[in-house]
Design a protein around this ligand. Structure first.
Ligand code: PM9
Length: 462
């Protein structure tokens, strides 16, 4: 697709295989919701009409990726697909050494165990659920160093994912650089609404941290989306390719954890990539305990190949513009209807502002969980809570965290849904908005110990 001026543009692909969607009645959805304990994670997928739970592992692979699956070299050791992935990671992300893992949290587990000592502090630009959980399991304390604007759903800051350098400096002064093994920078920032980090900020964080001997570890899960935002929002990058921007972003860091299930459009897969030989050696040794041999990391050869090919496709401008354009399309429609969402719209999802949606509910009546359940009841559309339930409890006090952002995430898998599905989604959100005054909130009746949002159960209040 060329950039010649025209009035509209469409997805840069056509559909070769289809999967039927099932419509359900309100009565059927009511029953399904009760059985799922009002937690959308516990619904059966066949009871869902449009699935906007996550963009993780739910993307449509291309014919090129499927063709690669047929070229899987299923050797136990030294599969050629591993070397293809290693080449692609070195070329596009620029890191020296690669350790494949079954998905992102496998890489988070390994890097946390290697770098964090009990009592250490790990600053990051807002927590992510699995990332913080592994840092805490390794004995670390997460410290949020994102700019204040990120916690305000109405702030229009173009790079709301940026790290606040003053916050990092005061942490260094307070605990000493020796107690900070690394800073973890997520690009884009999922829990803030898919918000990007500017190149200027990544560069400055890197300079500051390196001057104190603190490593910089990137969460590169949606780094291609971040690169697109740098291209379209940051001065001086207009004429650089997405691939060049991605490479430069990574060059300011010492390594990355990666969930290939997002940007790279595979159903399963991830990796740890690193420049330091000693860390690599330890990671390569640990991966055999927890994931599999260092040349497969819990994945089949065909999965490694699909991920290698996914990297090449992810950085294509037409692809990433259409991906982010779809989310923007839904955002513009919701804004025009006066529906409260996090602004600017982020890369992978629309985040409904449940505090504004349901101002009559207190945060411990789980407004976002309630809203996600009501949206499903209304329409069969499945979304995800990203508020107090996801935030979990403080590991020392056992109290709930009360995050400023109480959100419902409508997450768009890549290359899966059409504009008509987007329109239906907007209509469903509008209908839910109209019925908001009747929503009464939930109480939690079962709470698992780790990452409670996945398996917690609720009952309606009153
Ligand atoms: N993200 C998501 O839906 C999968 C389910 S967890 C709620 O957004 C980042 C930024 C992620 C992420 C997963 C992981 C973990 C790390 N970093 O799911 O283990 O968004 O592959 O990756 C999910 P894995």
């Amino acid at each position: 697709m060329s950039d010649t001026p025209k009035r509209s543009w469409a997805e840069p692909f056509k559909i070769k295989m289809v999967e039927p969607l099932k419509m359900t009645t309100r009565e059927e959805r009511k029953k399904a919701l009760q059985e799922a304990g009002y937690n959308t994670f516990l619904l059966r997928s066949e009871d869902v009409y449009i699935d906007l739970l996550t963009d993780s592992g739910t993307n449509a692979m291309s014919d090129y990726q499927w063709a690669g699956m047929m070229l899987g070299d299923e050797a136990y050791a030294g599969s050629k697909n591993f070397y293809n992935l290693e080449n692609a990671v070195q070329k596009f992300y620029g890191y020296k050494y690669l350790v494949p893992t079954h998905q992102g949290r496998g890489a988070e587990h390994i890097i946390s165990k290697i770098l964090i000592k009990p009592g250490d502090f790990v600053p990051g630009n807002m927590y992510f659920t699995t990332t913080r959980a592994h840092q805490e399991l390794a004995g670390g304390n997460f410290v949020d160093v994102i700019i204040d604007e990120a916690h305000d759903p109405t702030s229009l800051h173009p790079f709301k994912g940026n790290v606040d350098l003053d916050k990092v400096e005061s942490l260094i002064k307070k605990v000493g650089a020796k107690k900070i093994p690394y800073i973890s920078i997520a690009v884009t920032v999922n829990m803030a609404g898919g918000q990007p980090v500017s190149m200027e900020n990544i560069r400055a964080v890197s300079k500051l941290c390196r001057s104190h001997g603190i490593k910089v570890i990137l969460d590169a899960t949606r780094a291609v989306e971040n690169a697109y935002y740098i291209k379209t929002r940051e001065k001086g990058f207009e004429d650089r390719t997405v691939a060049q921007i991605l490479h430069e972003m990574c060059s300011y860091t010492d390594g990355c954890t990666m969930s290939g299930k997002k940007d790279l459009m595979v159903n399963i897969g991830g990796f740890l990539a690193i420049n330091d030989w000693d860390v690599f050696e330890e990671a390569r040794n640990m991966v055999v305990l927890f994931e599999g041999l260092h040349t497969y990391g819990g994945l089949a050869g065909r999965d490694l190949e699909a991920m290698a090919r996914g990297i090449e496709e992810a950085v294509q401008y037409d692809h990433i513009r259409a991906r982010i354009g779809q989310v923007e399309y839904v955002g513009e429609k919701l804004k025009a209807l006066g529906i409260p969402i996090v602004q600017p719209t982020g890369g992978h999802a629309i985040f409904l502002d449940a505090r504004k949606f349901l101002p009559h509910l207190k945060q411990d009546q789980f407004p976002a969980q309630t809203l996600a359940a009501e949206l499903y009841l209304e329409s069969g559309i499945r979304a995800m809570e990203r508020g107090i339930v996801s935030a979990g409890r403080n590991k020392d006090t056992g109290e709930h965290y009360y995050p400023k952002l109480e959100l419902v995430r409508l997450t768009f898998p890549r290359r899966v849904y059409t504009q008509a599905h987007c329109d239906v989604t907007v209509e469903a959100v509008e209908a839910t908005f109209e019925a908001r005054n009747q929503m009464k909130g939930l109480k939690m009746v079962y709470e698992p110990k780790y990452l409670r949002f996945f398996q917690a159960r609720f009952e309606p209040l009153a």
